[in-house]
Design a protein around this ligand. Structure first.
Ligand code: UDP
Length: 408
């Protein structure tokens, strides 16, 4: 590439958190892979955890000298409505997967396969939307399916249908051990991670925080309780409002729900509109995509909530913990791995419990502070992007070895 004054993050930037040995180890692992050409495929550039990880991970790979691309599939509203149903059914909902729906799903993916020329050494397909692409290419190296969804109880009929595609992959990556399925395809586990240098996660000054909150007319006279999530029933925004109403009988606060609408999630607007009747002076609903606002809120709020009912991993929890926030999370999926109940946050299983924890935290500054310190420490240890990057490097090495052995 041509020389430029612009700069992207390098693994060396992480040295302050992971130490110089880890930086050297990552460089050493990357070096022999530098002639690989890799591509990731998913279905949206922004609006959810997958896009968030891709935005940083792909750049970091390139800065390490491994040519890594990122493609987005295109689709009609009916396609994304079907793929959201598929997503919901993998998280346990019923689905009426008619022949016509399968035809739309598979045809749109075929069209995307024509438009995208995937002749890379390794192809990583994210989530069910682009899954069937594997049917339309001659493999030149491993194809990996990276599933970010909470797979505690997938709908079996759907799973059986998807297996025809999944079993063609060389490996499947899930976020947690309990999401593993019965299948012959090798399964590996990578938990997601965050980039501490983005607008969403970097340090902000008090002035910068206040500027963002003022911009959206968010009052700061009372402590803030906030949930930042796509407007999605699995994130249980209504449960958060109900819990807040109970908590407010004992302690005064302002609730802020912020949610963006991802291009691959057609349910968002409906869920947002269904909540509008809950709006009050002290219950604020905002539907915007603004990473600096997310950062400011996670830093300013007394309590961050992520009361999910299902959650593949829950990057919003990681992001808030990174900022030293006291987090109340639903006792599900990846949230359970991030929050150690009572130590670096609270896990809850009902509206009532969420309300009680809100009251406890709002009344106890010291507890919030201690939990926040423990939270930041655990993200530093386990959830920074370099850990995920290294897992990918290890996986690429194992494939390189396997492919070299098989072609010898
Ligand atoms: N997010 C955002 N603005 C919003 C809501 C969410 O930028 O209004 C981001 C959030 O900061 C996080 C991601 O979207 O990076 C959500 O990831 P998570 O794993 O929590 O849930 P998902 O949406 O993937 O189910």
């Amino acid at each position: 590439m041509m020389k430029t004054n612009h700069k992207i993050s390098q693994v060396e930037d992480y040295e302050q958190y992971i130490g110089s040995e880890a930086v050297d180890r990552i460089r050493r692992k990357a070096q022999p892979l530098s002639d690989l050409h890799i591509v990731h495929v998913n279905s949206t550039y922004y609006g959810g955890g997958v896009a968030e990880i891709m935005s940083s991970l792909v750049l970091l790979f390139n800065s390490l000298g491994i040519k890594t691309g990122w493609r987005i599939i295109q689709g009609s509203p009916s396609f994304f409505s079907i793929t959201k149903k598929i997503h919901n059914a993998l998280q346990g909902s019923d689905i009426n997967l008619t022949q016509l729906k399968k035809e739309i799903y598979e045809t749109v993916i075929y069209e995307n396969s024509i438009r995208n020329h995937l002749d890379h050494d390794m192809v990583i397909i994210h989530d069910p939307q682009p899954l069937p692409m594997i049917n339309h290419f001659r493999k030149r190296g491993p194809w990996i399916w990276r599933c970010h969804i909470d797979m505690t109880e997938p709908n079996q009929e759907l799973w059986n249908y998807l297996m025809q595609f999944i079993e063609k992959y060389d490996a499947v990556i899930f976020s947690l051990d309990e999401y593993k399925q019965k299948m012959n395809t090798p399964q590996v586990l990578f938990q997601p991670a965050i980039d501490p240098f983005t607008i969403k996660n970097k340090e902000l000054t008090q002035d910068e925080i206040m500027e963002r909150l003022d911009h959206y007319d968010i009052p700061t006279d009372l402590p803030i309780v906030a949930q930042i999530s796509r407007f999605d029933p699995w994130k249980d925004p209504r449960g958060v409002i109900d819990a807040f109403k109970i908590a407010r009988k004992e302690v005064d606060a302002t609730l802020v729900l912020v949610g963006n609408v991802a291009t691959d999630d057609p349910e968002g607007n409906k869920v947002y509109e269904s909540l509008l009747d809950c709006k009050e002076d002290r219950i604020i609903l905002l539907s915007y995509q603004d990473s600096a606002l997310v950062n400011a809120l996670q830093r300013k709020a007394a309590v961050i909530v992520q009361k999910s009912i299902r959650e593949g991993f829950g990057l919003t929890v990681t992001e808030a913990m990174w900022k030293g926030a006291a987090v109340i999370g639903g006792n599900v999926g990846g949230i359970r791995y991030q929050i150690e109940d009572g130590k670096n946050g609270f896990l809850v299983s009902s509206v009532q419990e969420a309300a009680e924890r809100m009251v406890t935290l709002l009344k106890d500054d010291q507890l919030r502070k201690n939990m926040g310190i423990a939270a930041k420490e655990s993200v530093t240890q386990k959830y920074l992007l370099t850990r995920l990057l290294e897992q990918y490097l290890d996986m690429f090495h194992s494939f390189e070895t396997a492919y070299r052995l098989s072609s010898d």
